[in-house]
Design a binder for this molecule. Structure first.
Ligand code: SF4
Length: 239
């Protein structure tokens, strides 16, 4: 990995800027869920995952208490990740369709995954103040990815707002009023060294996937369109 991004990731994992989130992530790591009693939880901020020369960035909301906060890798070890990585694998952007631990060998091809809030929040709900506190990390990540970045997929309305603020902070030309989130939204932002395409997709949360609001086919469609736009080769769906 490029040293700039590796260094950023290392710095993120030491952040303690949000007292409520620091207390929560560490309490969850101490008390654990019975199913994971044998695990040593990560219990720290979860950095982005994927190559430093990614052309496609996927942005969620925040790590899950017993997912990323346990394993130390984005979307790893929870139901949301099961949906996301299965779709990434189906379209040819990941080496496998499951993500169980940070050392499971999973590789992403041209894709990086991050979130606007790097610590697990109670009830999966960061406050606006916590989102704002974490924004400098996302701005730095966007700046480091800028040379190769061509498209962003944002999962859910919270991420959408946070990403537009971070992109504006990193120098992309984000219109005002800010474009609204919807599944299937696509906007193109002017910026250097090239314009950036931003896609909206419902979050891969259980609430959306269990109810059928978001289906695997819908996730694959957004990923494939965004990957095409980012110049990444994809595979036709097997299902
Ligand atoms: S949410 Fe972000 S800013 Fe807040 S403690 Fe975690 S890494 Fe730091």
């Amino acid at each position: 990995m490029d040293s700039g991004l590796a260094e950023l990731d290392a710095r993120i994992t030491g952040c303690r800027a949000c007292p409520r989130l620091v207390a929560w992530r560490e309490e969850v790591a101490r008390t654990k869920r019975a199913t994971f009693a044998e695990w040593t939880y990560w219990g720290r901020p979860v950095p982005g995952f994927g190559p430093a020369d990614a052309s496609l960035l996927i942005v969620g909301l925040a790590p899950a208490a017993h997912g990323g906060n346990r394993t130390g890798r984005m979307f790893t070890g929870d139901r949301s990740g099961d949906v996301l990585y299965a779709a990434l694998h189906d379209v040819g952007l990941a080496s496998r369709g499951t993500a169980v631990s940070a050392d499971d060998g999973l590789e992403l091809y041209g894709v990086r995954i991050t979130s606007p809030v790097h610590c697990a929040p109670p009830a999966n709900r960061p406050t606006p103040r916590e989102r704002d506190a974490c924004r400098p990390w996302m701005i730095s990540e966007l700046e480091l990815l800028r040379p190769t970045l061509r498209a962003v997929v944002v999962l859910g309305a919270f991420g959408w707002q946070a990403v537009l603020l971070a992109l504006a902070g990193a120098g992309w030309d984000v219109p005002r009023p800010r474009p609204a989130f919807k599944h299937g939204a696509r906007i193109m932002l002017d910026g250097r060294p090239r314009p950036l395409d931003v896609f909206g997709c419902f979050h891969v949360s259980q609430r959306n996937t269990f109810t059928g609001r978001l289906t695997p086919a819908m996730v694959r469609d957004v990923l494939r369109t965004a990957a095409d736009c980012a110049g990444l080769p994809t595979m036709p769906s097997k299902r």
